[in-house]
Design a protein around this ligand. Structure first.
Ligand SMILES: Cc1ncc(COP(=O)(O)O)c(C=O)c1O
Length: 507
């Protein structure tokens, strides 16, 4: 605890100079102190960005429309887009010099902070030495990083394959699971996102990310054990400081919702796949799905059922890894399970393109019949970056920050849930947080896309960037760089409170 506080105050002192109040009483200030019509001041930041002198905003939009992949126009997040110019730690600046508190981290990717000085220095050093040579040669950064990353995983997860993205890691995991087991079928949760490559698209279970091609061969979904939106859920199902507002009469250690969702998995195994399967893929907490958490013992029981059918269990830690959930370094550890394979990307490189699959020597041995080659996977620069990310996680105490600031955010957000009819659920762990928005608390029907967009745009205009997710785009996602402070959290809470107030006034 004292380490956290000292870490927060060091971080704060670094960013805000002597005016920092986050280690004192000022840091404990609650959002409720702000009147709903006066936006609070953004926490101070001493970093001075460069003046932007590049092409105009109009020019960029024009090029975006004419020459860029049309999909990026489709996913441009805001009605009035944000033109990002520079970043430092939890802050982003637009081309006009306006500063934003970044609580989405480029989709849960910038793990230790934008342009983190230590990571930038390590990258520069490696860039001057050696950019690229494939792993047909032996070079130190690959071996140093492999050993370091392996030390973060429990036995027998010690064999590492590098890729360049999460989709690629999941493709490789599917291939290895099938070769190792001799089986073909793979089960995932409805509502999950595991990537957009033709193979990973089969794992992904959300219509907007699907195309009408033969993509899901051998992939079957089972009901997502979502204790808020699903048919079952109660008042102490999930491993989070905040529970749903649903009531239940389960006694301690007994969860009816869990039993029901496990029955659904049993039914899937009995009806939709052959008697032997290759794998089960699951995120410890869904990311794109909207920070959905399962009942506490679900994964433990699911892993047992899957292994009885000959399948291996794969944890997709693309979003939950590297300390984001606060209580543990890996999300699966919070479920008290050890997977047979772990896939990771995003936060592993703090924004540098890198992914990995980590598995057991036994499974790796089944994958040696052919040659698996990846030109860039584990390239010297990627390894140097990722190695310094692990160092920054340790030195900055980011896992503790996730736990401390994340728990604070969750408990304060729960107060907003109790205050506003349209805030249906607050959930998550550490800095993997979801706020599910509803039309009203009784129906739990998703808030309309228009309503979501209004609130979202308002939050951005007041200086905070957050994300959206969920099957119907109904969940706000808060997954910031893990260097944010309680003062930043208070600022966001006040802004969120005000945006909800504004929306309710208009409604
Ligand atoms: C859980 C999860 N798995 C896999 C992926 C795919 O990663 P990438 O976009 O790097 O291919 C994502 C991307 O959002 C993800 O959230």
């Amino acid at each position: 605890m004292s380490k956290v506080l000292s870490c927060l105050s060091v971080r704060c002192a670094l960013l805000k100079g002597k005016s920092c109040r986050s280690s004192g009483a000022g840091c404990q200030k609650s959002f409720v102190q702000y009147s709903p019509t006066s936006a609070p001041e953004m926490p101070r930041c001493n970093f001075q960005p460069e003046e932007y002198k590049g092409m105009s905003k109009e020019q960029m939009i024009d090029i975006r429309k004419r020459n860029c992949n049309p999909m990026i126009m489709k996913v441009t997040y805001y009605k009035k887009p944000v033109f990002i110019h520079q970043g430092y730690m939890q802050w982003l600046w637009d081309v006009d010099g306006k500063r934003y508190l970044d609580l989405f981290a480029g989709v849960a990717t910038v793990s230790v902070g934008h342009c983190h000085p230590k990571v930038t220095a390590a990258t520069e050093q490696q860039l001057k030495k050696l950019w690229h040579t494939t792993n047909i040669y032996v070079y130190p950064p690959l071996h140093e990083y492999c050993e370091k990353l392996a030390s973060y995983l429990p036995d027998p997860l010690k064999v590492i394959y590098f890729t360049n993205s999460g989709s690629e890691a999941n493709d490789l995991a599917m291939l290895m699971a099938r070769l190792h087991t001799g089986n073909y079928d793979i089960i995932t949760f409805r509502g999950s996102y595991h990537g957009g490559s033709p193979q990973a698209m089969g794992l992904t279970s959300n219509a907007i990310y699907k195309y009408p091609i033969a993509n899901g061969l051998g992939c079957t979904t089972t009901m997502c054990p979502d204790v808020f939106r699903g048919p079952w859920g109660g008042s102490h199902c999930r491993d989070s400081p905040v529970q749903t507002t649903r009531e239940c009469s389960c006694s301690h250690g007994h969860c009816v919702a869990n039993e029901q969702y496990i029955e659904q998995l049993k039914e899937t195994l009995a009806t939709s796949v052959p008697s032997r399967i290759a794998a089960f893929f699951g995120e410890p907490i869904q990311g794109v799905g909207g920070s959905v958490q399962y009942p506490k013992n679900y994964l433990k029981e699911a892993y047992k059922l899957v292994r009885e059918k000959g399948g291996i269990c794969i944890a997709d830690e693309v979003q939950t890894g590297f300390g984001r959930t606060g209580s543990h370094f890996w999300g699966f550890q919070g479920h008290d399970v050890v997977p047979d394979m772990v896939t990771m990307a995003k936060g592993i490189g703090n924004g540098f393109p890198l992914g990995a699959v980590v598995t057991t020597p036994e499974i790796a041995a089944s994958f040696t019949k052919g040659v698996h080659f990846n030109t860039f996977g584990g390239n010297p620069v990627a390894c140097a970056v990722a190695s310094s990310v692990l160092d920054a996680i340790q030195e900055d105490g980011t896992q503790q920050i996730s736990l401390e600031v994340g728990t604070y955010l969750l408990t304060e957000l729960a107060k907003l849930r109790d205050k506003y009819e349209i805030v249906g659920d607050v959930r998550g762990k550490g800095l993997q947080i979801g706020v599910e928005m509803v039309k009203d608390k009784v129906s739990r029907a998703p808030l309309s896309p228009e309503g979501m967009n209004e609130i979202f745009e308002d939050i951005k205009d007041m200086g905070v960037l957050i994300g959206k997710g969920g099957l119907y785009g109904q969940t706000f996602r808060i997954q910031p760089p893990m260097c944010i402070t309680k003062e930043d959290a208070d600022f966001f809470l006040a802004i969120f409170n005000q945006s909800l107030y504004n929306y309710m006034e208009r409604r």
